[in-house]
Each structure stands twice: as C-alpha cells, then as structure tokens.
Ligand binder design. Structure first.
Ligand code: MN
Length: 484
C-alpha cells in the first residue's frame, strides 16, 4: 500500500524592526537578559500598547511580495492563555481579520536540498497560503539545573505568522518552501530569517492517508522546529512512523509531538482531546487599522522578487538559467554580479568568474561576498584585460589571486609584475622571423607536411618573448609566414 503525505506549515517570522510591536523597547538578539524591557512588554497593570507602524508596513510588504490580498481593515485581538513566558496572560494577535490572506510561495529547483534536486516531483510548484497575521513574540525561558529563568527581551518582538494550505507532499518540498520563503523575506529586508537566532520558527502538521482514500488521515502536529534541515528530518521520521502504524492496521490519533534533534526522533507531547479555546476578543486598547494609505505607500517598496531577478538576468546578461538561479539565490551575490556586469562587454564572462574562481576563493578563505576584497568594478576590469588579450587567461588567474589577497586593481598588478601579454603584431612578427631563421629543420618539416612542427616553432616564439606573446596571434603569424 502506498501512502500520501499531506503537510501544512505554520511559520513564525521575527520582523527586523528597531523597536518592539507595541512599545519602544529595542529589538536586539543576544543582549544581556532583561535589559530591553518596559512596563508595556513586561505586562505591568495599566500600561498601554502603541502600534509599531514599521511592523505593519513590513507585513504588508511581505503580503504584496507573496501576492496576498491585503485586508482593507484589520484589527488586533487578545489570545488568552496562561504561560510563564507571557506576562499579560494573553498574546496580542489577530483572529478573524488578519492583515493578509491567500497568496503563495513559488518553489524553485535550488530551494530543494542539494541531494534531492534531481528528484523533484513538481517543478515550479507554488504553495498557497491561508493567511499572514501580525502578533507579538513571547519571552524566552532558560532551564537551569534547579531553576528556570525568563528573559523578557524577546517579549513583544513583532512576529508574523504565515500559515500554508496543507498542500506540501514531502519533507523535501517543506524544505524547499522554507528556503524559498526565507529568500523572499531577505529580499524584502523584512527579516534576516536566521533560524539559529530563532528569527524563523516552524510548526508542521502532517497526516498520512492510503493512496486510494480521499479523506485526510489524523493530523499530527510537530512543534517548534528550529532549522530547515530539522523540519525535513522530523517530517521524514514522522512519515516513516505513521506508515508503520497504518501498516499494522492501527488507528492514528490526533496529537502534538516534539522533535529531539539529537536522537533524530519525534516524541509525544500531548493528545489533543479538545480544540483550545483562547477566548479571542478584540483588544480594547488598540484601534482597528485602515490599510489603504499604507498599501499605496508600501507598493513603492516592494522589491524585485527572486523569480523575476532570475528571468531578468537571463534576458539582460545572457547568462544560462542555471547560472542566473545560482546568482539570484543569494541577494548579495546577485547585487555584486549586477554591479560588475552593468557596463561589461561580456557579462557572461563576469558570471563565470564569480561562480567559479570568486566563489572558490571565498569558500577557501571562509569569507562571505560582502567581505570580498575585490570591488565588483575591479572584477570587470580584470575580465576586460583577459578578453582584450592584454593578459592570458592563465595570467588572469594569477592576477585574480593577488587581487583577492590584497584588494589591489588588476592594472596595478599587471604593471608591477610586467606580465602584460604581448599582442603587438609587428613585435611578434619580428620574433617569428628570428625563430624561423634559426630553426631551418622544423621549418622544412612543416613545409613538408608535418603539422606538429608548428607547435614546436610556436613554443620557441613564446619562449623568446619570455612567455608574453599572445599564443593565438603567434600561431596565426607563423602559419602565414610558413605558407608564404
Ligand atoms: Mn502564533
């Protein structure tokens, strides 16, 4: 029996605003615990929330990037429950009037895990969204040996909750969804989406049903996954576990599970007997938001999306679709490429240098593109020196290594090392004449039909030029002279 997995994701994304959602306390990861707090985010009696307009803008930017419908009027509600890391005993969230509904995240091949890119089931799949709403993050608990400490720095950080339709069908697709979403959030400058810093957290629900059955199986939720690869592994584990239960003919029950990353397995947290009743009601301290002016203003801020950038790179710079995808996969790399390629005669050559030599050098040095010593225009200069025959491509590699290490320009290095390639025709003609004169035997051999002798003579000319003569020009001139 084959089983079909149905997966939905709920992603929480911290927005990178300077201050919190409803107060002026700063948002900063890794600060000394409980130093970024105030009466509002500590939930002290009588403190009043004030909406962070930038967080509203960023959520609308995200909604527009993902093709969502933006609600003309949106409001905030109180979600009531008790948890030690939530000082007010309710979370300000959105219930029936979220800022964004619908929309989708387009997947692309490079968003899949590397080892799964050859086995993509549906290319260019789009995962549709149910909604995006805005809420506040809770504080963070730290468990020590005999006590627990709470850091309220995180409490009140603006948080977008992005909910997908249950239309993801494999752990690899879930991985691709998160990578593609992360990329769009970075393009939009709304979040750094760094899972290690908890800026993007994910809950998954997964159910299994026999292939010939239309009704969905029992929904199993896996809570609080904090890495993209963790999501993939947890889902793969869960699908294996549920398959073996169904194969034994047992019933699945709806339940909530956790993920033990070290053990590589999910574990039971609770069985859901009843749906939670959070007693949502509109927050009386916050007025509903009319979004028309905000949407008009924000439309100008919607950046080019990864998909559009990939297509434009192919059309504008004649790079292959694959190279365009690799370049656009990293916004900083794409920006670097574009700065170098803008005025370039052969942008494709720039792309080759970036994707091969530059990326290899960066990874060997353990550096990111924004730490690269070679400014983009300087790379264009190097490529021009090679393309115009001033230096050979072998010399180009040498110059490149020096540029990468020192940040000096190609022209300065070429001049200092005296490695400029000799392309002057009359100078090369002189060298050829000399070589022909002192090598009568190979010359006679060539004229008698031994084509290989030409290579010997070519080598002699290049040697005579101390390696500087342009081999292509040497070959042409020699041949002309010997045939004459
Ligand atoms: Mn939430």
């Amino acid at each position: 029996m084959n089983y079909v997995a149905t997966i939905g994701l709920e992603v929480h994304v911290q927005l990178k605003t300077r201050s919190k959602m409803f107060c002026a306390s700063p948002v900063e990861f890794g600060a000394e615990p409980n130093t970024h707090t105030c009466p509002v985010c500590l939930g002290l009696p009588g403190a009043l929330p004030v909406m962070n307009q930038e967080a509203l803008r960023m959520t609308v930017v995200t909604g527009l990037m993902l093709g969502c419908d933006i609600a003309p009027v949106s409001k905030f509600d109180r979600k009531n429950y008790f948890y030690p890391d939530m000082p007010k005993n309710y979370q300000i969230s959105q219930y029936d009037m979220p800022l964004c509904t619908n929309g989708s995240v387009p997947l692309h091949d490079l968003a899949y895990p590397k080892d799964a890119q050859k086995n993509i089931v549906t290319h260019d799949k789009e995962v549709h969204l149910v909604r995006i709403h805005l809420e506040e993050d809770v504080a963070k608990s730290f468990h020590f040996e005999n006590s627990t400490g709470i850091d309220f720095n995180r409490a009140g950080t603006p948080l977008m909750e992005i909910v997908t339709q249950p239309e993801i069908n494999s752990p690899e697709e879930a991985f691709a969804f998160l990578s593609a979403l992360k990329q769009i959030l970075i393009y939009g400058a709304v979040s750094d989406a760094d899972m290690e810093k908890g800026q993007l957290r994910c809950d998954c629900n997964v159910s299994l049903r026999p292939e010939d059955q239309t009704e969905l199986g029992a929904k199993i939720e896996i809570k609080n996954l904090n890495s993209v690869s963790g999501v993939r592994r947890a889902l793969a584990y869960e699908i294996r576990r549920q398959t073996s239960i169904l194969e034994r003919g047992e019933q699945m029950e709806q339940e909530t599970r956790g993920w033990d990353d070290t053990a590589g397995e999910t574990f039971l947290m609770r069985i859901k007997e009843f749906a939670h009743d959070y007693r949502y009601f509109p927050d009386p301290d916050l007025v509903p938001v009319k979004t028309d002016a905000l949407v008009a203003e924000v439309r100008e801020r919607v950046p080019e999306l990864p998909k559009a950038k990939r297509e434009r790179f192919v059309a504008q710079y004649q790079v292959s679709p694959y190279d365009a995808a690799v370049l656009a996969n990293d916004l900083e790399l794409a920006t670097y490429f574009e700065a170098a390629a803008k005025g370039a005669k052969k942008p494709k050559h720039i792309a080759n240098w970036i994707l091969n030599d530059l990326q290899n050098a960066l990874s060997a040095a353990g550096k990111a593109i924004n730490e690269c010593a070679i400014p983009p225009e300087a790379l264009d200069e190097l490529v021009n020196l090679i393309d115009s025959g001033k230096i050979s491509s072998k010399q180009g590699k040498e110059v490149f290594a020096e540029m990468f290490a020192t940040g000096r320009t190609a022209a300065a290095i070429v001049q200092e090392k005296g490695i400029e390639q000799l392309s002057d025709v009359s100078a090369i003609e002189g060298l050829c004449d000399e070589v022909i004169m002192v090598n009568p035997k190979p010359v006679a051999d060539f004229r008698a039909g031994n084509v290989a002798s030409l290579n010997f003579l070519k080598g002699q000319v290049i040697k005579l030029s101390k390696g500087k003569a342009n081999p292509q020009i040497v070959g042409q001139i020699l041949e002309e002279k010997l045939k004459a």
